[in-house]
Write a protein that binds this ligand. Sequence first.
Ligand SMILES: Nc1nc2c(c(=O)[nH]1)N[C@H]1C(S)=C(S)[C@@H](COP(=O)(O)O)O[C@H]1N2
Ligand SMILES: [Mo]
Length: 257
Amino acid sequence: MEANVNKRQFLGRTLTGVSALALAGCDRLNMSPWFSKVLAVGESINKGVHQLAGGRVSMAQEFSEADLSPVFRGNGSINPDDGAYRAMAAENFANWTLKVDGLVEQPTVFTLAQLRLMPRRTQITRHDCVEGWSAIGKWTGVPLAQVLALAKPTAQARYVVLHCADTYGTGGSKTPYYESIDLEDAYHAQTIVAYGLNGKPLPVANGAPLRLRVERQLGYKHAKFLARIELVESFAHLGRGKGGYWEDRGYQWYAGI
Ligand SMILES: Nc1nc2c(c(=O)[nH]1)N[C@H]1C(S)=C(S)[C@@H](COP(=O)(O)O)O[C@H]1N2
Ligand SMILES: [Mo]
């Protein structure tokens, strides 16, 4: 109860106007509670509220088979036209690898077969996109913690950068999609490198053959077409320096739901 009061006051003090979230790409905004919250508060404040409310230590809600959306729509890149990706897709991703490098003791390259042999987790969760839609899907994959346990991040590592195989954007201005999360979210039990959706291999539209699920954050953090994981101390040197494709265009880095 007390936490709720604090939270309201905290929010009340910090309504600093509309953040840059209302930028390109968000053409179908709705005002569901999670969206208003994201819109109204700044990044560090949002993170503070989340921690105050116990958000980051908790699990995202999980659902039952009966709750599954009949169709899990694809959004953003749904059929990358990048040459290297198309070539991989043409051979049904037989030669896809996931590289893990950067600030690690043991740089590692995983094949899909290796990832499928590792401990797995299946979870039915709701995906919330800032464009104003949600869908419930059943995801299967390797906990990111398992992948990191083999690569062994060094003491300097602070963030996990997700490098994707697609470029995104309009006309001639396509740039590589990428994302980043901190180690707290990286080691969270529901953060997985997913290779399955609803009991089948990931469809291309949903990020085949690998995509991140980071269930306590908004849709744009869930990097699809995942090809490389880089451990870094800072993401200032990547893209425009804000930690992700949409962050570079004004979205918050910490996109807690
Ligand atoms: N590589 C890559 N990852 C991406 C995107 C993208 O365009 N490229 N779009 C993001 C956005 S905004 C959302 S809502 C989800 C959509 O996931 P879905 O296609 O499975 O619905 O993927 C996210 N991850
Ligand atoms: Mo999204």
